[in-house]
Write a protein of this length. Structure first.
Length: 100
C-alpha cells in the first residue's frame, strides 16, 4: 500500500569526512512509517522512497537513526544544487513510499 507524507525539515551535514547531508523526518511521520514497515527485512532497515525537495524528485532510501529514533533522508549534492538548498536551510519535503 502506497503512503505519502509532506513535512518541513532542516538540512544538516553529518559530521565526518564523507560530507553526507540529511533531513530528519518528524517523529509522528517516522512512527507511522515504522509501524507500517514492521516485519520488513530490508538492508539496514532501509525503506525505498521517491522524494521531492524544492522541485527536483529522486528515488532513494530512508534509513533508521537510532540516535533520534527517526528516519534520515539523504540528499545528494546534485539535488541540493538543483533545489538551491544548503546546510541549515528549512525545506518542504514530499515523500512517497510504495512498499509498505
Amino acid at each position: 500500500m502506497a503512503a505519502s507524507y509532506s513535512f518541513k525539515a532542516e538540512l544538516w551535514l553529518y559530521p565526518g569526512e564523507a560530507g553526507w547531508h540529511f533531513l530528519t523526518l518528524p517523529a509522528d511521520i517516522a512512527d507511522d512509517i515504522h509501524e507500517r514497515s514492521a516485519g520488513s527485512n530490508k538492508a539496514f532497515g532501509s525503506i525505498k522512497v521517491t522524494a521531492e525537495v524544492g522541485g527536483p524528485s529522486w528515488q532513494t532510501s530512508l534509513f533508521r537513526d537510532t540516535k533520534s529514533g527517526s528516519y534520515l533522508l539523504p540528499v545528494k549534492k546534485a539535488i541540493r544544487d538543483k533545489a538551491r538548498i544548503s546546510e541549515g536551510g528549512a525545506v518542504t519535503v514530499h515523500l512517497s513510499i510504495q512498499d509498505l
